[in-house]
Ligand binder design. Structure first.
Ligand SMILES: NC(=O)C1=CN([C@@H]2O[C@H](COP(=O)(O)OP(=O)(O)OC[C@H]3O[C@@H](n4cnc5c(N)ncnc54)[C@H](O)[C@@H]3O)[C@@H](O)[C@H]2O)C=CC1
Ligand SMILES: O=C([O-])CC(=O)C(=O)O
Length: 331
């Protein structure tokens, strides 16, 4: 029997990530080739005409799975009955800025849109915050949407996770699909900790630790980490615009794994509400290794954390505590 369509909200849909993301959703990359979708596209009035152009192109592309497009500048109309919300709307940083430098512009958007989602979204809506500072925007959204369970609110660190997979694959000379179980800990910022200590590469002789195959701890503990931490800035420097196609693709990966489940023996990184796991203060949106099944994520427990890693997990947590205080000052 044909499935009922799922309503997916994309905010900031007239922007660069929005333009890359909506065709992926309409093609089935996010929820699979048999799942019809209705897209709800939100942007602000100055972008209304451009948003309408995106709607026209979606119609022109004749996507078989696309059962409807709502393009609006009205937050309530956009949030009505949505099952999934991808929150991209906001302002990107420019060269030379840190992501938290756009905090004052963006957190107030998340407070306002939290209320609309709280009141009008479908029960059990799953929310992914992409706009920066992503973890703190997601935390503000959580705090101002009291009826939405915290397990339904997340932020995107899958792009950092995918960047880490890409760096390891290039260095090891293997296919990216043979690398798994890297971890991004903490904030989607330059304090994030890309961790390969539990990551493996599939070889003809089975799975081998990344550290054994790459055999270059100086690189893994040095340039690898800074390359992933600074990749967003490197893209801005090169394109004069921040990452868009990779962000859109990673947002699809994030939702797909959350809804449809992670493959057996694999975890992915998601920014989720911390419960104190791995000694991280509770009450932050912190990126952890998670497995997903039945539409729910679970923090993967029991990994050993060495002294080098401990310091990095703590430093990125400390930045999130600071950002939380800064966000409340902005509101
Ligand atoms: N978490 C992650 O991995 C990544 C996050 N980002 C962040 O995603 C956000 C979007 O990036 P881009 O698409 O490149 O920016 P963009 O400037 O091209 O698009 C943003 C869109 O949001 C709209 N917007 C602004 N305020 C809004 C509001 N109140 N409601 C609805 N829409 C609103 C703008 O009109 C614009 O169309 C930025 O904050 C950027 O820093 C970007 C890349 C990766
Ligand atoms: O770096 C930025 O400002 C955009 C972003 O979040 C990323 O590419 O990871």
């Amino acid at each position: 029997m044909a499935k009922d369509p799922v309503r997916i909200l994309v905010t900031g849909a007239a922007g660069q990530i929005g333009y890359a993301l909506v065709p992926l959703i309409a093609r089935g990359t996010m929820l699979g080739p048999d799942q019809p979708v209705i897209l709800h596209l939100l942007d602000i009035p100055p972008a209304a005409e451009s948003l309408n152009g995106v709607k026209m192109e979606l119609i022109d592309a004749a996507f078989p799975l696309l059962r409807g497009v709502v393009a609006t500048t009205n937050v309530v109309g956009a949030c009505k009955d949505v099952n999934i919300a991808i929150m991209v709307g906001g302002f990107p940083r420019k060269e030379g800025m840190e992501r938290k430098d756009v905090m004052s512009k963006n957190v107030s958007i998340y407070k306002e849109q939290a209320s609309a989602l709280d009141q009008y979204a479908a029960e059990n809506v799953k929310i992914l915050v992409v706009a920066n500072p992503a973890n703190t925007n997601a935390l503000i959204l959580k705090e101002f949407a009291p009826s939405i369970p915290e397990k339904n609110i997340s932020c995107l660190t899958r792009l950092d996770h995918n960047r880490a997979l890409g760096q390891v694959a290039e260095r090891a000379g293997v296919s990216v699909s043979d690398v798994k179980n890297v971890i991004i800990w903490g904030n989607h910022s330059s304090t994030q900790y890309p961790d390969v200590n539990h990551a493996v590469i599939t070889t003809q002789e089975g799975e081998k630790p990344v550290r054994a195959i790459i055999a270059d701890n100086a690189w893994l503990d040095g340039d690898f980490i800074t390359t992933v931490q600074q990749r967003g800035a490197a893209i801005i420097k090169a394109r004069k615009l921040s990452s868009a196609l990779s962000a859109a693709s990673s947002a699809c990966d994030h939702i797909r794994d959350w809804v449809l489940g992670t493959p057996k023996g694999t975890w992915v990184s998601m920014g989720v509400y911390s419960d104190g796991s791995y000694g991280v203060p509770s009450g932050l949106i912190y990126s952890y290794p998670v497995t997903c099944a039945g539409g729910e994520w679970t923090i993967f427990q029991g990994l050993s954390i060495d002294e080098f890693s401990r310091a990095k997990l703590d430093a990125t947590a400390a930045e999130l505590v600071e950002e939380k205080a800064m966000a409340y000052l902005c509101l």
